[in-house]
Design a protein around this ligand. Structure first.
Ligand code: NAD
Length: 317
């Protein structure tokens, strides 16, 4: 069964055949151990979208193709890139990696690479893995990507479409994935208080805009917010994207709230954790885990965005 929620941000994906499943049976929901809180499984939903992409590809002559520009040797970036290329390979899609050593990278050299990929019709998505080394002007490199190949939805042209309520552009993968996750579990949004911790251009800001487009009353919290706990305690939907391990504690959580954890960290024992303390789950109705929550959704939406770009070529998108 597909979702009854007509998510505005899903319009383009729907035009290309992607459907958000509807998992409404509470008995079928996995719960966090010892709680009544439903796990928002990004792993499960990302698999669903990967399968849909594979299925849809059978009736399309164009094979979606992503090219990743990876600069330097940052180990975390390497893991992220390898997860992305692996997912594309599993779906039977093309992905190419261009590696540039940090010592050789200049803004001009990376812009040249981008121009070359812009002109290559076999490339449907260009992803510049962030962060770039400090001596490179990241905005100038990203700004060189043509709008139609911006699979990350970072370019002002795409952000502007979202900000003005037009869903004809590419959407930032992480918040786009969060919206799909909320819809798959039928979380109601209209009129709810949503608090987004974080105001970055790639996560926090577009997250708030997408929640606003579904009629949430949105509050942005950030590093200068006073009384973060009090602000968060008003949230029916709390999205933590501060990049601060275990920042959100149980006293921040309104009983029955929906918790979305975008953060990704390793604790002192090397175990993955997010921005939300797992002790919060016993107060929440739904929560996304770390790992297997928002992370896989981000990659799934990169796949969806690349398909839309590839299959929208030459057609009105
Ligand atoms: P960022 O550093 O650009 O932005 C962090 C934001 O959080 C800023 O707006 C800042 O004002 C706010 N902030 C920082 N400390 C705060 C505090 N103590 N209280 C309130 N607000 C605070 O980071 P980003 O790129 O938006 O990413 C945020 C986190 O999400 C990081 O941990 C990143 O690794 C993770 N991330 C995960 C995925 C994924 O797929 N799971 C994708 C992107 C980012």
């Amino acid at each position: 069964m597909e979702t009854l929620l007509p998510l505005k941000c899903w319009t383009r994906a729907q035009q290309h055949g992607f459907r958000i499943p509807q998992w409404t049976d509470p008995l079928a929901h996995e719960k966090f151990p010892g709680t009544n809180c439903t796990v928002l499984s990004g792993q499960k939903l990302s698999e669903e979208f990967r399968n849909q992409a594979k299925e849809l590809a059978k009736s399309n002559s164009i094979k979606p193709n992503l090219t990743v520009l990876l600069v330097g040797e940052d180990p975390a970036s390497r893991v992220y890139v390898s997860n992305k290329t692996k997912t594309f390979a599993q779906a039977g899609f093309g992905s190419h990696l261009i590696e540039v050593p940090a010592a050789e990278a200049t803004t001009e050299l990376l812009q040249k690479w981008v121009h070359k990929l812009n002109a290559d019709p076999s490339v449907h998505g260009i992803l510049v893995q962030l962060p770039l080394p400090k001596h490179v002007d990241a905005a100038a490199v990203l700004g060189a990507i043509v709008l139609e190949k911006d699979v990350d939805g970072f370019l002002p042209g795409n952000v502007g479409l979202l900000a003005t309520g037009q869903f004809t552009g590419t959407l930032s993968c992480t918040p786009f994935g969060v919206m799909a996750l909320l819809a798959a579990y039928n979380v109601s949004l209209a009129g709810k208080n949503a608090v987004v911790i974080g105001r970055s251009n790639i996560v926090g800001k577009p997250m708030g805009l997408m929640l606003l487009s579904e009629d949430c009353t949105v509050t942005y919290a950030h590093s200068r917010t006073q009384n973060l706990q009090g602000v968060c305690a008003q949230a029916d939907i709390l999205v933590a994207a501060a990049g601060q391990a275990l920042l959100v504690k149980p006293e921040f959580v309104k009983p029955g709230a929906v918790l979305i954890d975008v953060g990704m960290h390793r604790d002192s024992a090397g175990k993955l954790c997010g921005d939300i303390d797992p002790d919060c789950f016993s107060k929440a109705s739904f929560a996304s885990p770390v790992p297997k929550g928002v992370g896989p959704m981000t990659i799934a939406m990169l796949l969806v965005n690349t398909c839309i770009n590839a299959w929208g070529q030459g057609k009105a998108q």
